[in-house]
Design a binder for this molecule. Structure first.
Ligand SMILES: [Zn+2]
Length: 511
């Protein structure tokens, strides 16, 4: 009988801290539902004290999710913990995850607390959290650079105070596998009450070792791994859920654990997260990259045809490839459209909203013969996610580009309800469109990132554009999708401007 490896997904919290990857409450809910469908054990839904929006997002997820535990992060102070406790109150199973820094450099420079004060604060934090739930997790922030004696001391104290999960994060992604695994083993051996808790790891990927470090720790006693879909997360990201789950499953001979994850939901989850955040998945990404199961070379293909196991260690269908079937077309009716949206977990608030969305679907179906789930996701994101009231809206566009001539864009925008026209030249039509927008919007935003990705295959595929803008030290990503990539680009630019216009400051804890 194998031990259970608890899969703790933090796409909605740590993943959301990727630059520009902020998600709306509805987007978070959809991802949470997909995580639940995938049978993830714990969903870290957010950091409730970060803002009212974060609080509402955690609470909505706590209300909606029945099978998975719903968790909120909280710093080890009373205010954060009470916000987290209130946010998870509706959950069938709720967890509070509290953390405090334990490395000498963080205690001294950031917290300005002595080690004694840090232990005392951590114990108090567990006490406040237990007023709301028995399921309390404690993280020693920057554990990877903390002194082992101090970790033993603080862990013993918080376990006595009632913590049920002890998380050892490699916050800055500094560890290497053998050494990190040894640290976890030493902690389990030396903390006197270590058998009363589940040991957890949370590894960052700065050296590309997040998955390797996590798996090495599983071999020495960790029974929870914190991870994200597509490895999303701060800087180089977190351990990727799909790699952890498939490594444990494929090498069952090596790992003494099994997960409860329905692996056929992995690729749909990956696509959803990629679309919602605008972070494309690299083609050679393990498990979920477009090439992950493409055996290109002739020798391999021959081998695979003769006997699959010659070259394939996993089956594409086991992780959900091929589930992307043709769903709708030009002749699909309103009911089929509504039913498919429901299956995708997309909420339609009113008949009027459905009519608008259906009209846009028909318009897309005129230009694109086959409509896939990804197209619907993009369509509905354009439809629903733009923050209301929209400050900037695209009314119409005209582009001209011809060999040997300077590209020109003419654009009509609605800015705060008033229509404005502009015309600009650029080095290409996209450049011209952005310049035209700035001519009238005059936001002074700086373009940090521009990327185009085809949502599905075929030349009639929708281009999905991500635009990252910075203004006054704030960074926002905007997304837009259209079969015309210049229109998609303009939409993405305006989406980012709208987010910059309404967005509030958020706290981003480094755990
Ligand atoms: Zn983290």
């Amino acid at each position: 009988m194998k031990d259970k490896l608890i899969i703790f997904d933090t796409t909605l919290r740590d993943g959301e801290q990727s630059p520009g990857a902020s998600m709306t409450r509805d987007e978070k809910l959809r991802i949470a539902r997909q995580l639940e469908r995938m049978r993830v054990d714990v969903i870290e839904a957010g950091f409730a004290a970060a803002s009212n929006g974060d609080f509402e997002a955690v609470r909505s997820i706590a209300e909606a999710i029945k099978e998975s535990t719903v968790c909120s992060l909280a710093r080890a102070n009373e205010h954060d913990i009470r916000r987290a406790g209130e946010a998870i109150r509706p959950a069938a199973r709720g967890r509070i995850h509290t953390f405090i820094a334990t490395s000498p450099i963080h205690m001294e420079k950031k917290l300005r607390m002595t080690p004694d004060q840090v232990v005392e604060q951590a114990v108090k934090a567990i006490g406040w959290a237990r007023e709301y739930t028995d399921d309390v997790e404690f993280s020693a922030e920057d554990a990877g650079r903390s002194e082992i004696d101090f970790l033993v001391r603080i862990f013993e104290a918080v376990i006595d105070a009632g913590a049920k999960t002890i998380n050892v994060p490699d916050t800055v992604g500094y560890n290497v596998p053998e050494q990190f695994a040894a640290t976890v083993r030493t902690l389990i051996e030396r903390v006197p009450n270590s058998d009363k808790v589940v040991w957890s790891v949370h590894c960052h990927n700065d050296l590309g070792l997040a998955v390797a470090n996590s798996l090495a720790a599983v071999r020495t006693g960790a029974r929870q791994v914190e991870c994200t879909i597509n490895g999303l997360g701060e800087r180089a990201g977190n351990a990727s859920l799909e790699e952890i789950v498939m490594a444990v499953r494929t090498r069952a001979d090596i790992f003494p654990v099994e997960t409860g994850v329905d692996t056929t939901q992995i690729v749909p989850a990956s696509k959803l997260v990629s679309q919602v955040t605008g972070y494309p998945v690299q083609p050679n990404k393990a498990i979920v990259g477009a090439n992950a199961f493409a055996h290109e070379s002739g020798i391999h293909q021959d081998g695979v045809l003769k006997h699959r196991e010659t070259y394939e260690i996993m089956r594409a269908e086991d992780v959900g490839w091929g589930a992307n079937k043709l769903v709708l077309g030009k002749l699909s009716g309103r009911n089929a459209f509504r039913a498919r949206l429901q299956e995708l977990g997309i909420e339609i608030e009113s008949e009027e909203h459905l009519n608008q969305a259906f009209a846009r679907f028909k318009e897309l179906a005129d230009r694109k013969s086959e409509i896939f789930d990804e197209d619907l996701t993009a369509l509905m994101r354009d439809e629903a996610v733009t923050p209301a009231p929209e400050q900037y809206r695209l009314v119409s566009t005209r582009f001209h580009s011809e060999t040997g001539e300077t590209p020109v864009a003419e654009i009509t925008l609605s800015i705060g309800g008033a229509e404005k026209h502009a015309r600009a030249n650029g080095s290409g039509p996209v450049d011209a469109a952005f310049k035209a927008i700035e001519t009238v919007a005059t936001t002074g935003s700086e373009l940090l990132l521009y990327s185009v990705n085809a949502i599905t295959s075929g030349t009639d595929a929708q281009g999905e554009v991500t635009v990252r803008l910075s203004r006054d030290g704030r960074v926002m990503d905007g997304q837009g999708a259209d079969t015309d990539i210049i229109v998609a680009s303009a939409k993405a630019y305006l989406n980012a401007l709208n987010k910059l216009h309404v967005g509030a400051e958020r706290l981003n804890p480094q755990v």
